[in-house]
Design a protein around this ligand. Structure first.
Ligand SMILES: C[S@@+](CC[C@H](N)C(=O)[O-])C[C@H]1O[C@@H](n2cnc3c(N)ncnc32)[C@H](O)[C@@H]1O
Length: 539
């Protein structure tokens, strides 16, 4: 099978079914093992987001820079015509040209500037990523109109491709069906920019159109605008944030096969993106745990380390549905949504509880299966919003102060502000949860600790950094108890292992590296550089 086909066809492990009017879902057609990649998908189109445009290749998305072997500070190459798109090599520039050509001609509309001599970073705030993605999708649909698609009214489809027809069949939220998802002013502006750009270039496009099946460009600009608005609605509920190895969203993309999967806050699949030299980033859907034949395949559309109400509100406003997954159901008794602590946790010191969690949840620590009285707590007991809104505001103010200190290069003041933020949130959290768990609970505290950890590492305060990192890992173990191979946990474990190593705690470091390596094997894949590094460190 050609590479393109492998990535565009629905594989044998996945079965698509129609479960209601216009509701396609994916199911496991056989048992799938944890870590198995069950679906791969090439993007139909993708576009870099925000200031990632400054330091990533627009085609392969790598941060690798072009080098001529002479320049000691090589930079990404810029498109010499529009000065906006950047590439790591001439090869990537050539491969991207079929999608970049309209952007290049219409850079004023699609990048927001008509001054070709300057790159316009100040305009990145008003990112035109949606408009560029609309144009790129339009071009991809012109290029691949012949490919077959996942049909909405045929429940026995098995071989599907992700051409334009498939894109047309992606779920589309609209006002009537989904109570309030509308294209807002920004969206309308993006759709208008994209349609004007295509309209301006329509003659050239008609000439260049290589296949007779290519969808004709509408005869009126207003029809093209309507079409772009419809496409934008498709984007809203089907697009993906493309993440790099550090789980930073750097681009958004259209992956029609990946878009078959519905959401769950207790997902059995994880998504990862594979970047490669002179290649577009492709998506892999990987089993987060063992999956039984016939189980529905789901991934999470939203951040999982946030309280139920926030997750549900976000899913409702962005995707138009009320999540009814086992984690959102308050009466649910799915064991995955409960974590275990020693029955005596209320009388333990928080440092002891953190230590216990790090030992007990690490699959490589021997002897944690000794009989001990345990208590089961619902995940929402740790991932809950703080009730003291004043404390949250004070902490927020301190976090903003820390940001300013970061910009001004004053690390001591930055650390002071961050310590204050953590202190305030810890106190508020302990009032909500008057036990050792209080010092670990709450997403706000976790985020502030994350900021503080970053600054402690920069300041080289290793002992304090270890302490902060242990609390973060303990929180993630409990907060992601239902997705134990989550990338966030894996990355924090990596940091914790490095910190143990820096503090000379080599045996602790080894056990944590082994754990991190197990998680990254699933979240990032065995071929990822970080996974390979961890395997070595854990040996
Ligand atoms: C990427 S699509 C998923 C596939 C979709 N079911 C289809 O037929 O194309 C996203 C849309 O699917 C629906 N959806 C996804 N997860 C859902 C869930 N857990 N409950 C209800 N609807 C869901 C929503 O309409 C959402 O906007």
């Amino acid at each position: 099978m050609a590479l393109n086909e492998i990535h565009c066809c629905l594989p044998e492990a996945v079965e698509a079914r129609l479960c209601g009017i216009g509701d396609r879902r994916a199911f496991a057609s056989r048992a799938i093992r944890e870590g198995e990649v069950m679906l791969q998908n090439q993007p139909l189109a993708y576009a870099l987001l925000g200031d990632h445009r400054l330091d990533r290749c627009a085609y392969c998305l790598s941060t690798a820079v072009a080098t001529n072997g002479v320049d000691p500070n090589p930079k990404l190459l810029r498109c010499s015509r529009c000065q906006q798109a950047r590439y790591c090599s001439r090869d990537c520039q050539k491969l991207d040209f079929p999608y970049h050509k309209i952007e290049c001609q219409e850079s004023n509309l699609l990048y927001g500037t008509d001054d070709k001599t300057i790159f316009a970073p100040d305009l990145l705030d008003h990112d035109n990523n949606d408009a560029r993605l609309l144009v790129r999708t339009f071009l991809a649909c012109q290029k691949h109109p012949e490919q077959c698609f996942v049909s909405k009214d045929n429940s026995s489809f098995s071989s599907t491709c992700c051409g334009s027809e498939h894109f047309q069949n992606l779920a589309m939220t609209d006002n009537d069906e989904h109570h309030g998802i509308i294209v807002d002013n920004h969206g309308r502006d993006q759709a208008n920019r994209a349609s004007k750009a295509i309209w301006n270039q329509r003659r050239a496009l008609q000439k260049m159109s290589t296949t007779s099946n290519a969808k004709p460009i509408p005869n009126r600009l207003s029809d093209l605008q309507d079409q772009m608005e419809q496409d934008l609605k498709r984007f809203r509920c089907n697009n993906f944030g493309i993440t790099d190895s550090l789980v930073r969203v750097c681009a958004s993309g259209v992956y029609p096969l990946g878009a078959l999967l519905n959401h769950s806050c207790t997902p059995n699949c994880l998504l990862r993106y594979v970047f490669g030299k002179h290649r577009s980033p492709y998506m892999q859907v990987v089993a987060a745990r063992d999956i039984q034949q016939g189980e529905e395949l789901t991934h999470s559309y939203t951040e999982l380390v946030v309280p139920t109400n926030s997750r549900r509100a976000k899913l409702k406003s962005l995707y138009g549905f009320n999540c009814q997954c086992p984690r959102c159901d308050p009466t649910g008794n799915d064991t995955r949504c409960f974590f275990q602590l020693p029955a005596t946790y209320k009388t333990m010191k928080s440092t002891d509880l953190v230590r216990w969690i790090l030992q007990h949840y690490n699959p490589f620590v021997q002897g944690t299966d000794r009989v001990e009285r345990m208590t089961s707590l619902q995940m929402e007991q740790i991932v809950k919003p703080l009730s003291d809104s004043h404390a949250v505001k004070v902490a927020q103010h301190n976090l903003e102060t820390a940001q300013l200190c970061l910009v001004n290069g004053s690390i001591q003041n930055e650390l002071k502000a961050l310590q204050e933020a953590v202190k305030v949130l810890e106190k508020a959290s302990e009032l909500d949860e008057p036990s050792s768990l209080g010092a670990i609970s709450s997403p706000e505290l976790y985020k502030a600790r994350g900021d503080r950890l970053g600054s402690l590492i920069v300041a080289g305060q290793w002992a304090e950094a270890v302490n902060e990192c242990e609390y973060i890992v303990a929180f993630l173990c409990l907060a992601l108890h239902n997705v134990t191979n989550h990338a966030l946990l894996g990355l924090q474990l990596f940091t914790l292992g490095d910190l143990y190593e820096s503090n000379g705690c080599l045996s602790e470091a080894k056990l944590v590296f082994q754990w991190a390596s197990k998680v990254l094997h699933v979240s990032h894949g065995p071929d990822n550089d970080m996974t390979k590094m961890l395997i070595e460190k854990g040996n």
